[in-house]
Design a protein around this ligand. Structure first.
Ligand SMILES: NC(=O)N[C@@H](CC(=O)O)C(=O)O
Ligand SMILES: [Zn+2]
Ligand SMILES: [Zn+2]
Length: 429
């Protein structure tokens, strides 16, 4: 099976610019990348003409919620992976806060089998640290790893007990597996949904303090130092967390971290009011000072990668009123256009920098073969139209859910075609 993707614009790290290339794919692997000025001999092969659009290694998202099994009214593996493909993602890692919680080998295998049957993008499942994510008893790490889990996390909640987290890190380290942490001290949050900041003061509501996140990061950095664990911090949102991660990296603790698009482009001061739960997510939108700190941390490498934390919830659930509505927003179908428009078009970042944080950096941290556009790499590719501007339309999402605060935003950088192992898995129209 031969495929040529001709007339693609590929980012060259050495030249620091886009260069025209033709790419030959054989049996799902990138075999050859040739200069766009040369006419390739495509005889007999399938040909996709990228027509001068960006061709990138497929995006990798190491933090997503597919809701399957158990919450299929929000999303399932078929719609979630199609939504991912539409956003240009070719590999995604899904969180275990399903029903049942992904805390047994059977559930890990269910996810892998269904993803395989659906056959859209690559799905890497995480398993829970504790049974039912209750923080009381560790899961069977060895059996979960054997079944195909790639790391352990109780995402959705923080592990409240330090000894439990220390035991988890020691055990994970003994089997060369990472611990991925949702950092939140419940005692500091209780009932609040927005950050302590302008918004909470203006509306006279209880705020979530920054320490509720950073206190876990600080604690866990010490535990990672003591156990030698690879400790990965979920959705970093505060200046104080950044400070701990920066220090930990300086002293050689094996810590890595991720940040979400919404924490890079929105602060609490952007929340329009108390009646739209599409601005409610965990961690909450923080202050402009925190936004600046996480941007700087992503730029200097303190934060390693961008993830969406795609967290679909139904319209009915989000309409329950902001206090009762669940935390979370969808992310796949807006992530790249949002960041391209806000950071690359404005000249703050190079296109290469954004692509790196969405491809080779997550691949490096989680030791994946994907994430590079090079000879011998899997032919996971995303073709992106960097020019046309379009408004975000949640009703057009491939996801079952449309819970986003970005509806109506005019963005450019829309993926038009997504290829996994040399097969087109999603294409515009
Ligand atoms: N981020 C969210 O606001 N919600 C996530 C849970 C999580 O990522 O902690 C969810 O599962 O809905
Ligand atoms: Zn979380
Ligand atoms: Zn999450």
């Amino acid at each position: 099976m031969s495929l040529w993707i001709i007339n693609g614009n590929v980012w060259s790290e050495s030249a620091g610019k886009l260069e025209s290339k033709h790419i030959r794919v054989e049996n799902g692997v990138i075999e050859q990348i040739v200069d766009g000025a040369l006419a390739p001999d495509t005889g007999g092969a399938e040909v996709i003409d990228a027509g001068g659009k960006l061709v990138s290694a497929g995006f990798i998202d190491m933090h997503v919620h597919l809701r399957d099994p158990g919450f299929e009214h929000k999303e399932d593996i078929a719609t979630g992976t199609r939504s991912a493909a539409k956003g240009g993602f070719t590999t995604i890692a899904c969180m275990p806060n399903t029903r049942p919680v992904t805390d047994t080998p059977d559930t890990v295998r269910y996810i892998l089998n269904k993803a395989e049957q659906v056959g859209i993008v690559k799905v890497l499942p995480y398993a829970a640290i504790t049974k039912n994510e209750l923080g009381r008893e560790l899961t069977d790490f060895a059996a979960l790893k054997e079944a195909g889990a790639i790391g352990f996390t109780d995402d959705g909640v923080g592990v409240q007990n330090a000894q439990m987290m220390k035991n988890a890190m020691a055990l994970a380290t003994s089997m060369d597996m990472p611990i991925i942490a949702h950092c939140e001290d419940d005692s500091l949050v209780e009932g609040a949904w927005a950050s302590e900041g302008e918004f909470s003061r203006k509306h006279g509501i209880k705020g979530i303090p920054n320490e509720s996140e950073a206190i876990h990061v600080g604690r866990d950095v010490l535990l990672a130092e003591a156990t030698g664990a690879h400790y990965h911090v979920c959705h970093v949102s505060t200046e104080q967390s950044v400070r701990f991660i920066r220090l930990a990296k300086q002293i050689g603790v094996r810590v890595t971290a991720e940040v979400c698009p919404h924490h890079l482009v929105l602060s609490d001061e952007d929340i329009p009011g108390l009646d739209d739960a599409n601005w409610k997510m965990n961690p909450p939108l923080r202050t402009p000072r925190d936004v600046k700190a996480v941007i700087e941390a992503l730029e200097d490498g303190t934060i390693d990668m961008i993830v969406t934390d795609h967290a679909p919830h139904s319209a009915e659930e989000k309409a329950r009123g902001v206090q009762l509505a669940p935390f979370g927003i969808v992310g796949f179908e807006t992530a790249f256009p949002l960041l391209y428009t806000k950071f690359v078009r404005t000249g703050k970042w190079t296109l290469g920098f954004l692509l790196k944080r969405m491809t080779s950096d997550p691949a490096r941290v989680f030791r994946l073969h994907e994430g590079r556009l090079a000879q011998g790499a899997p032919a996971d590719l995303t073709i992106v139209d960097l020019e046309s501007e379009r408004a975000v339309d949640p009703s057009s999402f491939a996801s079952k859910s449309g819970n986003t605060p970005f509806g109506g935003w005019k963005l450019s950088g829309w993926p038009v075609s997504t290829i996994v192992n040399g097969k087109v898995v999603w294409s515009e129209q």
